[in-house]
Design a protein around this ligand. Structure first.
Ligand code: NAP
Length: 274
C-alpha cells in the first residue's frame, strides 16, 4: 500500500493559516547563487506562504559572495524585528560552509532546526525546533498509525539535516535505530532486517527488492530525477510493491517537509518553546 503526504500537509496548512491570522509571521529564505535544483523548493515555500498568509521574502545573494558578507547579511536579518524565521537554502556555492552559516542564524529564528543549539536540544530531549524533513517522516508514520516504539528502524543516510537528527527522533520515539551510510558493509542485511526502513541517501532507485522484507514499512525520503526529468525516490518501485506499506515519491514526505518548515515558524513566532 502506498501512503501520501497531502492530508498531513493540508492539516498543517490550516493550523499555520489560523495562527497567521492571530500573529503576523514572516520568513526570509537566504538563497546564495542560482542552483537550479533548489528553485522548485523555494517556489514551493513562497506558494505555501501565499496560501497561509505568511510573508515569505527571498534574499538572493550572488554566488561569489564572501563568507564575511554572507555572515553580515544573516546578522542583519537576526537583528530585524520584522523577521521571525530565517532559512538558508542549500546547496551553497562550494566556498561557503553550511555548518558555519547555519550557526550564524539566531537560534530563535532557526526555522530549519539545524543550528547547534536546536540540535543540542534534540539530543538532550528538550522541546525545541526540530529539523523539518525528519519531522515530516515522524508525522507521516503517526498519521498512518504506524507504531515506532519497539520497532527496528533502519535509516540509510546520516546527514546532519536528515539522517542523523532522524535517528535521534526515532530513538526518542523508542524505536531501535540502525543508522547506515556509505561505509556500511552488507547494507542489504541491515535494510532487510528493518520493521521501518527510511531511505535518505539520495540515489535513485537504490533500494532494490532483494533489500526489503514483505512486512516492512518504507519511508522513501529521496528526491532524484531520472534521465527523463521524472522525480524518483531512493527506493525502487518493485521494492515498494513488495513491502507492506511504502511512501510515494512524488507526493510523500516532500509534500510535508515544506509544511513542517512553516510549523516551525509558527512555533517560533508564538515563542512558546525557545
Ligand atoms: P547528503 O547530505 O548527500 O547525505 C547522503 C547520505 O547518504 C550520507 O550520509 C551518505 O553516507 C549516505 N549514502 C550515500 N550513498 C550511500 C550508499 N550507497 N549506501 C549507503 N549510504 C549512502 O543528502 P541529504 O541532504 O541527507 O538528502 C538525502 C536525500 O533526501 C536526497 O535525495 C535529497 O534530495 C532528499 N531530501 C528530501 C527531502 C524531502 O523533503 N523529501 C528533504 C531533504 C532532502 P556518508 O555519510 O558515508 O557520506
Amino acid at each position: 500500500m502506498l501512503i501520501y503526504g497531502k492530508e498531513i500537509r493540508e492539516k498543517i496548512k490550516e493550523d499555520v493559516a489560523r495562527s497567521a491570522k492571530k500573529i503576523p509571521m514572516s520568513m526570509v529564505v537566504v538563497r546564495i547563487g542560482d542552483d537550479k535544483s533548489s528553485q522548485a523548493y523555494v517556489n514551493g515555500i513562497k506558494k505555501f506562504g501565499d496560501e497561509t498568509g505568511v510573508n515569505v521574502e527571498i534574499a538572493s545573494l550572488s554566488a561569489g559572495i564572501s563568507l564575511e558578507e554572507a555572515v553580515k547579511h544573516i546578522e542583519e536579518l537576526n537583528q530585524d524585528p520584522g523577521v521571525n524565521g530565517i532559512m538558508l537554502q542549500t546547496p551553497l556555492p562550494p566556498h561557503l560552509d553550511v555548518a558555519i552559516l547555519a550557526n550564524v542564524i539566531d537560534y530563535h529564528k532557526d526555522v530549519e532546526g539545524i543550528n547547534n543549539y536546536n540540535l543540542g536540544k534534540l539530543i538532550s530531549k528538550q522541546e525545541g525546533v526540530k529539523p523539518a524533513t525528519p519531522k515530516a517522516v515522524i508525522s507521516m508514520l503517526k498519521h498512518y498509525d504506524i507504531p515506532i516504539e519497539g520497532k527496528r528502524v533502519c535509516i540509510v543516510g546520516r546527514s546532519a539535516i536528515l539522517g542523523s537528527p532522524l535517528a535521534m527522533m526515532m530513538s526518542s520515539e523508542n524505536g531501535t535505530v540502525t543508522l547506515c551510510h556509505s561505509r556500511t558493509r552488507n547494507l542489504g542485511n541491515e535494510t532487510r532486517n528493518a520493521d521501518i526502513l527510511v531511505a535518505a541517501l539520495g540515489k535513485a532507485n537504490y533500494i532494490t527488492p532483494d533489500m526489503v522484507n514483505e512486512d516492512s514499512v518504507i519511508i522513501d525520503v529521496g528526491i532524484n530525477f531520472d534521465e527523463n526529468g521524472r522525480m524518483v525516490g531512493d527506493v525502487h518501485e518493485e521494492s515498494k510493491a513488495k513491502a507492506r506499506i511504502a511512501s510515494a515519491v512524488p507526493g510523500g514526505v516532500g509534500l510535508i517537509t515544506v509544511a513542517e518548515l512553516f510549523d516551525n515558524l509558527r512555533i517560533i513566532s508564538q515563542n512558546n518553546i525557545v
